[in-house]
Design a protein around this ligand. Structure first.
Ligand code: GLN
Length: 474
């Protein structure tokens, strides 16, 4: 039977395999075929894992002995910053070229337990810093829907891996939008869970207070299926949400939708994005949802706040790449020289820029003016969002101010930073958010819409997102 991966969802694949129409091994080879055909040009995958076929065979046995569940046999790709024991992982940086993961990340551990097939490793902006996957040390990734355009970033390879039919689910990381924005650019769904609901154990750190593993799939249901497997408490992550806290969440159906109108209409958001966004709101209204205008007066400080807090955390987190403990080591006359030469050779431009920025905002004499102030603003924005979410059930905005741009179009780093305007607030405030395709524009590029929910109300947000997905397709 011919398997059309581009039309297949996790639920449908599960049903088919349960009915014996094909096996996880057939499914793996159908994905592999798409990768063989398109990856030379797209470069979403840095590698297909040698043992993926074996995993698929084992998943097949689970179908036979009746232990298969929804994610059994489903091909899943991993962003190049998520640890998978014995396999290479490099942050798409020269500094970790050839480095192998010494243990499994919690997310991979959980996926292995249910028999998911870890198919390969996907390209990304170096150390997850970027919005276009142009800063990888291993070449750019192209948008499978229009190869002259970027796939977004930093999880551009992850989004492209789903959009090209290389897998059904991709794991990415989202520190400020790196799952949602590329999902939007590639016409797939991207979920950023509440901070701490998915363990960061085995996710290489960027901005530890903002980082979370996220999921990409063709539909909300696909992302949700994988989320349900990996969203578990973990004693190895001090910021992991406990079982008690998870159980204490009282589910609340979404009826009231908050729109930060001034934010959505600010300068830089393209006409087509605004127009489609308001058309979709109209459809929501027709479907009985209450649309409520909300004010978030400090939300536009999210971006500057993020670009102080994140580099500060980056500069400390990346100090560990010293030429002694991991990956690349360039010899020098003494340890200091080796340290400098290793970092000079191993890190790319954007990474160095952020280390410098971070070191500056944390330095004596400047920490109060920058870092400590940014932390205060972060609390203020979080409070504001929390208050608003007492009056509405979700907040809806576009995901990106404009659809996928062309390679080299945004040379100025500040222009690239501005692409995160709608996605940053959810990371600042720890809340869950999801990007859903919102039709195509005149050039046939995907547009997107973002839903943000209350902290730990990921399931309520997902249920609403599934309805919104249906409404958009009507
Ligand atoms: N565009 C953001 C940045 O460059 C994305 C970061 C992320 O979510 N990993 O920092």
């Amino acid at each position: 039977m011919e398997i059309d991966i581009l039309k297949l969802t996790v639920a449908k694949a599960h049903e088919d395999m349960k009915a014996g129409l094909y096996t996880p091994k057939d499914l793996f080879f159908a994905c592999k075929k798409n990768i063989d055909e398109r990856n030379d040009s797209i470069n979403a995958f840095l590698e297909v894992f040698d043992d993926a076929e074996e995993m698929a065979i084992r998943a097949g046995e689970m179908f036979q002995n009746g232990t298969a569940t929804l994610m059994t046999g489903i091909p899943v790709s991993l962003k190049d910053n998520i640890l998978y024991k014995g396999h290479r992982v490099s942050e798409s940086s020269k500094i970790l070229e050839g480095y192998k993961a010494p243990y499994d990340s919690k997310a991979v551990e959980e996926l292995k337990k249910v028999g998911a097939v870890i198919i390969g490793r996907t390209n990304m902006d170096e150390f997850a810093m970027g919005s276009s996957t142009e800063s990888s040390a291993y070449g750019i990734t192209k948008n499978p829907l229009d190869e002259t355009r970027v796939p977004g970033g930093s999880s551009g390879g992850a989004a492209a891996s789903v959009a090209m039919g290389g897998c059904l689910v991709a794991l990415g990381s989202d520190t400020a939008g790196s799952v949602r924005q590329p999902a939007g650019f590639c016409g797939v769904v991207g979920l950023k869970p509440s901070y701490g609901t998915v363990s960061r154990s085995g996710l290489m750190s960027m901005g530890s207070s903002l980082d979370v593993i996220g999921l990409l799939g063709k539909t909300v249901e696909c992302a949700r299926a994988a989320y349900d497997v990996i969203a578990v408490a973990d004693s190895l992550d001090g910021t992991s949400v406990s079982d008690e806290m998870r159980k204490a969440v009282v589910s609340k159906p979404v009826t009231k939708i908050g729109i930060p109108r001034a934010f959505v209409q600010m300068e830089g958001v393209t006409e087509e994005v605004k127009q489609r966004f308001f058309e979709t709101l109209e459809k929501l209204k027709q479907n009985g949802y209450e649309i409520i205008d909300i004010e978030l007066p400090h939300i536009h400080y999210s971006l500057p706040t993020y670009y102080i807090v994140m580099p500060a955390e980056v500069s400390t987190n990346l100090a560990r790449y010293d030429g002694v403990r991991f990956g690349l080591s360039v010899p020098g006359k003494n340890p200091d020289e080796s340290y400098m030469k290793t970092r000079e050779t191993g890190f790319g431009r954007e990474v160095k820029r952020r280390i410098l920025l971070g070191t500056y905002v944390l330095s004596h004499g400047y920490a109060d003016a920058y870092y400590n102030k940014a932390i205060k603003v972060r609390h203020k924005i979080t409070k504001e969002i929390e208050e608003v979410l007492k009056t509405v059930d979700v907040i809806v905005t576009p995901t990106s101010p404009a659809p996928a741009f062309q390679f080299g179009e945004k040379q100025d780093p500040l222009q690239l930073y501005a692409a995160d305007i709608f996605t940053v607030p959810a990371n600042i405030a720890d809340i869950p958010a999801i990007s859903i395709p919102n039709g195509m524009n005149k050039q046939n590029l995907p547009l997107d819409i973002q839903v943000m929910g209350s902290y730990l109300h990921d399931q309520d947000m997902l249920s609403f997102a599934q309805k919104l997905e249906q409404i958009i397709s009507q």
